[in-house]
Design a protein around this ligand. Structure first.
Ligand code: 523
Length: 135
């Protein structure tokens, strides 16, 4: 079956001064509702991945991030059923503002080790082991 162009999605692991990572819960009505994900979303046509992530972090959490503060960390690919998805994940340790759950039902700051116990989308999982080593 021709799945067409893959969907490009970006996400960020925001790491605070205590080495905790922010995850947000996917809203009811969306795919994978209730799972805890690294914040982010789809890259629009004519958008660079970093610009998409900066936009999503402003919309979802109300924070401002500079491109220079987004460090590419890993990628993952998954089949969403009718489409393939490529998830690009960045690490970010510096932003302006205090993250708030503007779109998600909840956000949480968790230690990397505690990510193993959370239900997360399959594409987010490769980052968990990486964060254990990085933080
Ligand atoms: N993922 C995913 N992990 C992850 C994100 C941000 C997204 O696996 N950390 C998947 C979930 C969806 C697809 O990527 O299958 C698009 O994410 P979504 O729905 O959060 O993207 P938005 O916010 O751009 O979607 P709309 O609100 O529908 O525009």
């Amino acid at each position: 079956m021709d799945k067409g162009k893959p969907l490009i999605v970006v996400a960020a692991a925001l790491i605070d001064g205590d080495g905790r990572v922010l995850v947000q819960q996917r809203p009811q009505g969306k795919a994978m509702a209730g799972l805890w994900e690294f914040p982010g979303g789809k890259v629009e046509e004519d958008e660079l991945p970093e610009a998409a992530l900066i936009r999503e972090l402003r919309e979802e959490l109300g924070i401002d991030v500079e491109k220079a503060c987004l460090a590419p960390a890993c990628f993952a690919s998954e089949s969403l059923g009718e489409r393939h998805m490529i998830l690009l994940v960045y690490i970010c340790r510096k932003w302006r503002g205090i993250p708030q759950a503007l779109e998600a039902p909840a956000i949480r700051w968790v230690r990397p080790l505690d990510l193993h116990g959370l239900d997360m989308p399959p594409a987010d999982k490769p980052l968990i082991g990486l964060l254990d080593a990085l933080i």
